[in-house]
Design a protein. Structure first.
Length: 179
C-alpha cells in the first residue's frame, strides 16, 4: 500500500561524481517507487533519442512517464548555444512537471551536467526546489559536477567515485550495462 502524500516526507537526492552508477541508482528508485504504485516522471537532459534498456523496461509500467529530451551526448558539442537552448527548454518542462502535482517522484537525469556546463544556473535550480517542490514529492537529480547550491539543498547526496572503468581499457559501452 502506498503511503498517502500527506504522511510522506519527500526527499531530494543528488547523485554525482566521476564514477558509474548515478543514473542506474536513480532508475532503481524509479522502479521501486513504481512498484509501490507511485506516479513517476523521468526527464533525461542528455540522452536524447538514444534507446536504452531502462526506457524499454519503463514502458511496461503505467506508473512511469518517460521523456528523453536532450540532443545526445553533448560533452563534445559543436553547438553550445543550441545545448543551452535545449537545456533551458527541458528545465522549463521539468518545472511544469514538478508543479503539476501528478507525480510522486521526478527524476531529472543528467541535469547536473547542464548546470556544470553553465547552461542552467545551479542557484536557480536549488531555489526552485526549496521554494516550489511539493513537500511530499521525491526528486532525484543526477550527473557529474553537482553544484554546491544543490548539494546544500538536497537531503541525501551520494558521490560515485571512479576507481576503474572498462572504457579506459578500450571496452566500449555494453548493452545491459551502460544502456
Amino acid at each position: 500500500m502506498t503511503i498517502p502524500r500527506h504522511k510522506r516526507h519527500g526527499r531530494v537526492l543528488a547523485l554525482t561524481g566521476e564514477g558509474k552508477g548515478k543514473s542506474s541508482s536513480a532508475l532503481g528508485m524509479v522502479f521501486r517507487a513504481a512498484g509501490w504504485g507511485m506516479r513517476v516522471c523521468v526527464i533525461q537532459y542528455i540522452k536524447g533519442k538514444w534507446q536504452t534498456g531502462e526506457q524499454r523496461a519503463a514502458a511496461r509500467f503505467e506508473e512511469i512517464e518517460w521523456h528523453a529530451m536532450g540532443d545526445g551526448f553533448t560533452w563534445d558539442t559543436q553547438n553550445p548555444e543550441q545545448d543551452r537552448k535545449t537545456s533551458r527548454k527541458i528545465w522549463a518542462f521539468s518545472r511544469e512537471k514538478i508543479l503539476n502535482g501528478r507525480y510522486d517522484l521526478v527524476l531529472l537525469d543528467e541535469i547536473n551536467y547542464c548546470i556544470d556546463y553553465g547552461w542552467i544556473k545551479g542557484e536557480e535550480v536549488a531555489d526552485f526546489i526549496r521554494l516550489h517542490r511539493p513537500s511530499w514529492m521525491h526528486l532525484i537529480l543526477t550527473g557529474r559536477g553537482a553544484p554546491a547550491e544543490l548539494i546544500e539543498t538536497a537531503d541525501t547526496v551520494t558521490e560515485m567515485r571512479l576507481i576503474k572503468h572498462g572504457f579506459e581499457q578500450g571496452i566500449r559501452a555494453e548493452q545491459g550495462i551502460e544502456f
